[in-house]
Design a protein around this ligand. Structure first.
Ligand SMILES: Cc1cc2nc3c(=O)[nH]c(=O)nc-3n(C[C@H](O)[C@H](O)[C@H](O)COP(=O)(O)OP(=O)(O)OC[C@H]3O[C@@H](n4cnc5c(N)ncnc54)[C@H](O)[C@@H]3O)c2cc1C
Length: 424
């Protein structure tokens, strides 16, 4: 795994061994990110045996590489749209899960004493145009109806809380915040192991075959036989599950961290230690790590000269948002893959009897994946599919997925054009 900021700050991962030989379990889980680990933790706590197979290291996918913002919403869909899309009972259930998702993350952090720099001071979404201020008001109204601890922020209040420039107002969800994301993944792994789950790193699943009423998940040096399988491989899904791979477009996103800021700047910039991400489709986002670095990032339509271009882009955007900062210098740059669906909504899939997956975080998976682990564990222990917070369907292949995966962020110029237009 290449060096990320988070790997220099996180406590070490619990030691695990690659799988050697055959073993059996109630559930085999492929992938040790938040989805696989949270599901394993809930399964083990309920007395079911779970074996997690990870191709690389715990948190080496998006879970250890993300920005660490704990955001209890989706990127695009607001509560009315979610309810319209799913109807009942799904709409109400899914909204309940989203509203409680950040609290669930922080409750788990406290309960298991995870050393992951968890800060629950709230998540703020500044509005980048006057029309987006109306959007922020609508978001507050809609989330408040579902019990979320939200508040509209006039421009002056937004500036007072964050010191940010160039925005017109915004809104706050007090249950959100930020974490060291890799340390959260390692904390979930440690909690799952203590509860009785088994994790094998450097154990890629390379085959998945039916075996006398169960499934056999093979790795280079062994196999797990289980009645139920969860594919928790998200944007890193490989050819072991071709139908799942075709249902998602992996998109590369870059992360950067500045040098630690001095106390004088920290009194002016994000003094309340909030997590912030704005209303743009080409998102601008910021929060502090434990050493006072600003952690931000962005995307490129084409990944050429990525380091130079990202550095220029992120430096310019940080200086626009926080003019006191001047021209920032950076300590870290890294990247990871986000799993996108065409409509920006997540899916729970049944790939065959006994094989399930959830996929499509669309960039908002820290809270969602951790919270969904509870429901996926219930499903894998035999709860009816009809009781899930989202409909359980067959995978939906995306037209020209392989080409879209190669093109990456080709839609970025369109997003920037949309961001520059006003909405009602
Ligand atoms: C750069 C970036 C920034 C982001 N920022 C945020 C943010 O601030 N807030 C937020 O809410 N969300 C954010 N996200 C999204 C969030 O990180 C993801 O939604 C979440 O981590 C997904 O967790 P997961 O467990 O489903 O997948 P992952 O963490 O990606 O885990 C999948 C795992 O499966 C493993 N795997 C794949 N194939 C195999 C195989 N055949 N055998 C064994 N193992 C396999 C991979 O090695 C990987 O470890 C961001 C994502 C990225 C990439």
């Amino acid at each position: 795994m290449s060096t990320t900021l988070w790997s220099t700050l996180a406590p070490p991962a619990p030691p695990t061994e690659p799988l050697r030989g055959e073993r059996t379990a109630d559930v085999a889980i492929v992938g040790a990110g938040y989805s696989g680990l949270s599901t394993a933790l809930h399964l083990a706590e309920a007395g079911a045996s779970a074996v997690v197979l990870e191709a690389d290291e715990i948190g080496s996918g998006a879970s250890g590489r993300n920005n660490g913002q704990v955001i209890p919403t989706l990127t695009r869909h607001d509560p009315d749209a979610i309810q319209k899309r799913y109807g009942e009972p799904w709409g109400g259930r899914f909204l309940k899960l989203l509203v409680g998702s950040a609290d669930l993350v922080y409750e788990r952090i406290r309960r298991h004493g995870m050393d992951c720099d968890g800060v629950q001071n709230g998540w703020i979404q500044p509005a980048h145009s006057p029309g987006r201020v109306n959007l922020a008001r609508r978001r507050v109204e809609q989330w408040a109806k579902h019990g979320a601890p939200v508040e509209f922020l006039e421009r002056d209040r937004l500036t007072e809380l964050t010191g940010i420039s160039g925005y017109h107002g915004g809104w706050l969800n007090r249950s959100g915040g930020h974490v060291n994301p890799l340390a959260l993944a390692r904390g979930l792994a440690r909690a799952a192991l203590s509860a009785g789950a088994v994790i094998h790193e450097r154990s890629p699943a390379i085959g998945l075959v039916a075996d006398r009423g169960a499934w056999r998940v093979t790795t280079p040096d062994g196999a797990v036989r289980a009645r139920r399988v969860l594919l928790a491989t998200a944007a890193y899904t490989d050819d072991v599950a071709p139908d799942l791979k075709r249902s998602i477009v992996p998109v590369r996103a870059y992360q950067m961290a500045t040098r630690p800021l001095g106390d004088n700047l920290r009194k002016l910039i994000l003094a309340g230690n909030h997590a912030v991400s704005d209303t743009r489709m080409d998102l601008r986002f910021f929060h502090y790590d434990r050493a006072g670095r600003l952690v931000s990032g962005g995307s490129l339509a084409l990944p050429v000269m990525a380091e130079e271009r990202m550095t220029r882009q992120v430096a310019r955007r940080l200086a626009q948002a926080f003019p006191e900062l001047g021209e920032p210098s950076f300590d870290f740059l890294w990247s990871g893959l986000i799993g996108m669906t065409p409509d920006r909504l997540p899916r729970i899939y049944r790939l065959a009897d006994g094989i399930h997956a959830w996929i499509g975080c669309n960039g908002r998976g820290v809270a969602l994946a951790t919270a969904l682990g509870r429901d996926m564990a219930a499903l894998l222990r035999g709860a009816p599919e009809a009781d899930m917070p989202l409909p359980v369907t067959a995978p939906e292949p995306i037209f020209a997925q392989a080409l879209l995966a190669k093109l990456g962020r080709a839609a970025l110029p369109y997003y920037r054009w949309r961001d520059s237009r006003e909405i009602g």
